[in-house]
Design a protein around this ligand. Structure first.
Ligand SMILES: Cc1ncc(COP(=O)(O)OP(=O)(O)O)c(N)n1
Ligand SMILES: Cc1nc(C(=O)O)sc1CCOP(=O)(O)O
Ligand SMILES: [Mg+2]
Length: 274
């Protein structure tokens, strides 16, 4: 499979070109077959395409330190292989496709490539917002926000194996996430205001410290959680000083001159913190 953004949507384009004009008002059987083929082709690249069981996903989540949310990138497969943790080395443990406004087929195809890369590296792969795509692409995780599909509804649609993550932005949401049996992990942020999530005010390190007290990282029975928003190499020590041990980043890796080196450096520091 070629390694550029054009190719990510090329398969879907072929199906559209074959469609008679009279039938272009809704999806045809050909559409449905083509859409599934996009995902299947990507998954066929995975050395082990079988979905992971919930226990294995939870074990990997418990050990995770660094979570990357990213839109598709040029030379996407090479980007993924660069940032995802190499065997025994530091890198991204969890990765999410976060690209708003993608058409269904393009998002399914990109998720399929991400799932294949995740299998190559032993990383968990997350969809964002959309349970339908999470199901079709066979992702390990679905991440939802406060205004997205509720975790209980996502659980009903996706079944017991899929990890469900929830964004939280204040103490009440944080407490509710800890109590919610359908939420497997939560995120706390944005710690600092960030252009990646415009309009959402920064919650500051105080809410991160509240999360440390409520769900101490790696304490038996404590739900895993990640600090997110404005975190980069300069600010990481401030986050670690609260006791937080897991972080989500976007720009700190996608905006770096060398994304693979940035991922390895952040992951190494998170692991070294304990
Ligand atoms: C891992 C992770 N944490 C937080 C978010 C943000 O979710 P949400 O508040 O729903 O905002 P959008 O990403 O949908 O714009 C996330 N996606 N992933
Ligand atoms: C996607 C997202 N969600 C947030 C939340 O607080 O829920 S902050 C955020 C963006 C984080 O991007 P960056 O690392 O570039 O600041
Ligand atoms: Mg969302």
């Amino acid at each position: 499979m070629a390694d550029d953004l054009t190719d990510l949507t090329g398969l879907a384009g072929d199906a559209e070109l074959d469609e008679p004009a009279a039938r272009q008002t809704g999806p045809s059987a050909l559409d449905v077959i083509a859409e599934q083929a996009i995902v299947d082709l990507a998954l066929a690249e995975a050395p082990d395409g079988a979905p992971l069981a919930r226990a294995e996903r939870l074990a990997r989540l418990a050990d995770a330190r660094l979570y990357l949310c990213t839109p598709r990138q040029p030379a996407f497969d090479a980007f993924l292989d660069g940032v995802l943790a190499p065997a025994g080395g530091p890198g991204v443990d969890l990765i999410q496709l976060r690209e708003k406004g993608l058409e269904w087929r393009a998002e399914a195809a990109a998720l399929g490539r991400m799932v294949a890369a995740g299998r190559r590296h032993g990383a968990l792969v997350s969809g964002n917002d959309r349970a339908d795509l999470a199901s079709v692409a066979g992702v390990d995780i679905l991440h939802v926000g406060q205004d997205d599909i509720p975790p209980a509804t996502a659980r009903r649609l996706l079944g017991p194996d899929v990890i469900i993550g929830l964004s939280t932005h204040d103490e009440d949401q944080l407490a509710a996430a800890i109590e919610d049996p359908d939420v497997d992990y939560f995120c706390v942020g944005p710690v600092w205001p960030t252009p990646t999530k415009e309009g959402r005010p920064g919650v500051g390190l105080g809410l991160v410290a509240t999360a440390v007290a409520a769900a101490p990282p790696f304490a038996p029975g404590a739900k895993p959680w990640f600090a997110i928003g404005g975190i980069d190499a300069e600010r990481l020590d401030e986050v670690l000083a609260t006791g937080a041990r897991r972080a989500v980043v976007v720009r700190a890796i996608t905006g770096a001159a060398d994304p693979a080196a940035a991922a390895a450096a952040l992951a190494g520091r998170l692991r070294a913190a304990g």
